[in-house]
Design a protein around this ligand. Structure first.
Ligand code: URA
Length: 203
């Protein structure tokens, strides 16, 4: 985000809307910032908007998003539990993978979202998020399901839901990863509640 601006959702959304930092701005219909709870303990980060996301200005509303929503609901994730965003905020033409330079140009916006939401858990959906947020060295197939703590935030990478639509064999490991995320989420929520109760007791 522009350095001089105060970090607010309004400023972030307007900076994304006006962004011309890379070629992806040329063909976008809408920028796609995110959806979900802005106070959530958990964030999911995907790759970039597809056709439906570009049309609606919301992430994960197409087939991959529907699969993700069903998986999250079946594991009883509540809507207040998570926020969903992408590495790039504009649709890559033809749904191609964003170029590393495009991801780099856009990462400041994602970091601003981390600062506003202050999640305790970040789940990388697929290789683009994994490469940009966790590790460029280890492939998603090797890294998936492992927890890494960085600056007090728990990171896990798993398959992108679109990969499950192409390869059924990824469904079970994806499900197992989400189950582990749900367990970590419950731990984090309990710790946050204990902290809030303690603060309340000190008043
Ligand atoms: N795939 C993504 O990575 N993000 C979306 O928003 C939709 C599909």
């Amino acid at each position: 985000m522009a350095n001089a601006l105060e970090l607010t959702w309004e400023n972030l959304e307007s900076a994304v809307r006006d962004c011309r930092r890379c070629v992806l701005c040329r063909e976008r219909t809408n920028t796609v910032v995110g959806r979900g709870s802005r106070t959530a303990p958990l964030m999911f980060v995907g790759e970039g908007p597809g056709r439906q996301e570009d049309e609606q200005g919301l992430p994960f509303v197409g087939a991959a998003g529907q699969l993700l929503d069903v998986a999250l609901a079946s594991l009883s994730f509540g809507e207040e539990d998570y926020y969903i965003a992408n590495v790039v905020k504009c649709r890559p033409p033809g749904n191609r993978t964003p170029q590393p330079a495009e991801a780099q140009a856009c990462l400041g916006f994602l970091r601003a979202q981390f600062s506003l939401i202050r999640p305790s858990i970040i789940v990388c959906l697929g290789a683009v998020a994994h490469t940009n947020l966790v590790s460029a060295e280890e492939s998603i197939t090797r890294a998936r399901g492992k927890w890494i703590e960085k600056k007090g935030i728990w990171f896990m990478s798993t398959f992108h839901p679109a990969a499950l639509l192409r390869d059924e064999s990824k469904k079970l490991p994806f499900w197992q990863d989400l189950k582990a995320v749900k367990q970590k989420l419950e731990e984090v929520k309990a710790a946050r509640k204990a902290q809030a109760d303690q603060k309340q007791g000190q008043l």
